[in-house]
Design a protein around this ligand. Structure first.
Ligand SMILES: [Zn+2]
Length: 265
């Protein structure tokens, strides 16, 4: 009996000693230290992923029109359409400089990307080189999937009459047979803001915004889209102007000013 009592006493003593030990262990556990901000938690160790929601950044998709080789395959001009058009046409060529439109479009697109990034935008480039094979429908789908807020399509114009000069913007009308008509007003606003700012910065004549419902790359879009015809490569003096690097920097600045204006109000 005495021996049992003795053992019980020892056991009780051991228990009493163990309680504060385990309690202090608990307090000093990694989890608690993390809670008290003494140690960085696992979540804090990882740099916060920069997304549109956390940064509030706007994302712009840029489509430099055309590519080295045209693709004469056919594709529907809009979702569910029986009307088909060439996947990618060849584009025009500068009458004075001989520069093909696809090269010009990509040069301007790259300048625009740089300008937009310096202003805090995120940019998605639909193409970054000339030797690609991406149809106009695929370009719109790429922009749709990219999570971009808007899409800017860069092109240059051409006409048999070499005297014609100026820039214009093409947008889908309220009568457009595809879903993009629901964004017609936003498209017009975007196109108009860009064209106005572009012409102000470059001094190129503003030929206005034109409704176009036959553009595959626009009709497949699910985000506000503007196609900018930067000027006429069929006009010798405008062509020479458009190909100057310093002028292309101005063009990019003008387009970016228009994008700023679109998001400002
Ligand atoms: Zn073009």
């Amino acid at each position: 009996m005495k021996r049992k009592l003795y053992l019980l006493c020892i056991l009780s003593l051991l228990c009493l000693m163990a309680i504060p030990a385990s309690a202090s262990q608990k307090n000093l556990s990694v989890k608690n230290l993390q809670k008290q901000q003494i140690l960085p938690s696992k979540k804090q160790k990882k740099p916060e992923q920069k997304t549109l929601k956390t940064t509030g950044k706007k994302k712009v998709a840029i489509d430099a029109g055309h590519q080295t080789r045209a693709n004469n395959g056919l594709e529907p001009i809009g979702p569910g359409s029986k009307t088909r058009k060439l996947k990618v046409t060849g584009g025009c060529t500068g009458v004075a400089t001989g520069v093909p439109e696809y090269k010009f479009n990509l040069r301007v697109a790259k300048k625009l990307k740089k300008e937009l990034i310096s202003r805090g935008y995120e940019v998605y480039m639909i193409r970054t080189k000339n030797n690609v094979n991406i149809s106009n429908k695929e370009r719109a789908e790429k922009a749709n999937k990219s999570g971009s807020d808007i899409c800017i399509r860069i092109h240059a114009d051409s006409n048999d009459n070499r005297n014609i000069k100026g820039a214009s913007g093409l947008y889908p009308s309220l009568q457009n047979p595809f879903a993009i008509r629901q964004l017609s007003n936003s498209c017009l606003k975007l196109t108009n803001k860009i064209l106005t700012a572009y012409c102000k910065e470059t001094g190129i004549r503003n030929r206005g915004c034109v409704k176009r419902d036959d553009l595959t790359g626009t009709n497949w879009s699910k985000i506000p889209v503007a196609l900018i015809e930067c000027g006429f490569m069929s006009n010798p003096s405008e062509d020479r102007k458009l190909q100057k690097k310093s002028f292309q920097t101005k063009m990019a600045k003008g387009i970016a000013d228009g994008i700023d204006a679109y998001f400002e109000n």
